[in-house]
Design a protein around this ligand. Structure first.
Ligand code: FAD
Length: 287
């Protein structure tokens, strides 16, 4: 199918882009187009105007900000709205600061899609089958957004409203995402099962643990493709049965790719494995 007709604007400044969005209720941001363009072609989205942000300056960065600096968010990886998945994956500095980014990104689609798709776009698209929204939620990251009304920071816990629905207003542009660094004594791990490498996960699981003196003091597990929004479960008090604790909070569903029972089975298999990997990683980072 072909998209419905739309106006197209490629502004050269953020101010111009924000004014265009504010002036037209049906306008939508176009970033890498890897999710939006298929939706247009299938006529599942029909915006009156596309505001293409690819010519905006200063949004392609992947930088590591030092702890205690600037806005007080601490050390972590800052990813601009035009940084492609491939840019983040290629950043040795980002991987050293927060290894979970590369662990998860290597499962996001295929190289051609990662060359064009943006990490920030994936967060705003808010697909519960996508890896990076869950990673942002697990790490308690945030997204900075701008509009003609000013700027605000949305914590990950408040970013995901429902299936494919973020809490950005229609006239807001996400300018940067912040993923906190791996702290001392902390460890992370990620695994997923997909039909083919690069396909959306049937189930994906990530873990983030904190340890002191080799003992686990906090353990959280995040899930991809088992609910309408990215879900994180605290399993600190359920280290002997983390999958049981997780399944009490998850609602796996049937779809054309897998049954709910198969997804629950994958949660049972992957959760203890990924948690063990994260604990191992934490103990390695402290020795
Ligand atoms: P776009 O498609 O341009 O936009 C997506 C949505 O976000 C639109 O509603 C747009 O208006 C909005 N938006 C984008 N950027 C901003 C912004 N800065 N501010 C405000 N709104 C914004 N993803 C995965 O996570 N895992 C996968 O396994 C995976 N497999 C894929 C396989 C295929 C074949 C394809 C085509 C895509 C796949 N993707 C996968 C999606 C890919 O990661 C996309 O790049 C990503 O979801 C969206 O990023 P984008 O820059 O392409 O956004």
């Amino acid at each position: 199918m072909k998209p419905a007709p739309f106006a197209y604007l490629r502004p050269a400044t953020l101010e111009e882009a924000l004014a265009a969005l504010a002036g037209q209720q049906g306008a939508k941001v176009l970033a890498g187009g890897q999710s939006l363009v298929p939706l247009l072609s299938m006529r599942l989205a029909a915006p009156s105007m596309l505001v293409d942000i690819n010519a905006l300056p200063d949004l392609g960065h992947v930088t590591v900000s030092p702890g205690g600096a600037g806005d007080g968010a601490g050390e972590g990886v800052r990813i601009g709205a035009l940084a492609r998945h491939a840019d983040v994956l290629a950043s040795a500095e980002a991987t050293a600061s927060q290894p979970l980014l590369a662990m998860a990104l290597s499962h996001v689609a295929h190289p051609t899609i990662r060359n064009r798709g943006t990490t920030v776009g994936s967060l705003v698209h808010a697909d519960a089958a996508a890896e990076m929204p869950m990673v942002l939620r697990l790490l308690d990251g945030s997204v900075d957004v701008a509009s003609v009304r000013g700027r605000r920071t949305i914590p990950a816990a408040e970013l995901f409203a429902g299936p494919l629905e973020s809490t950005l207003a229609h006239d807001e542009i996400a300018v940067e995402a912040f993923f906190p660094a791996l702290g001392p004594g902390a460890g992370v791990a990620f695994q997923e099962i997909a039909r083919r490498h690069g396909d959306y996960a049937l189930v994906g699981v990530a873990a983030h643990v904190e340890t002191a003196g080799g003992e686990v003091t906090r353990a959280r597990v995040g899930f991809v493709s088992v609910s309408d929004v990215p879900v994180v479960v605290d399993v600190t008090d359920a280290l002997d049965d983390p999958a049981g604790a997780a399944l009490a909070e998850l609602e796996p569903a049937d779809d054309i790719h897998a049954t709910a029972a198969y997804r629950a089975h994958l949660v049972k298999v992957l959760t203890p494995r990924v948690l063990a990997d994260a604990i191992h990683h934490a103990r390695q980072t402290t020795t």
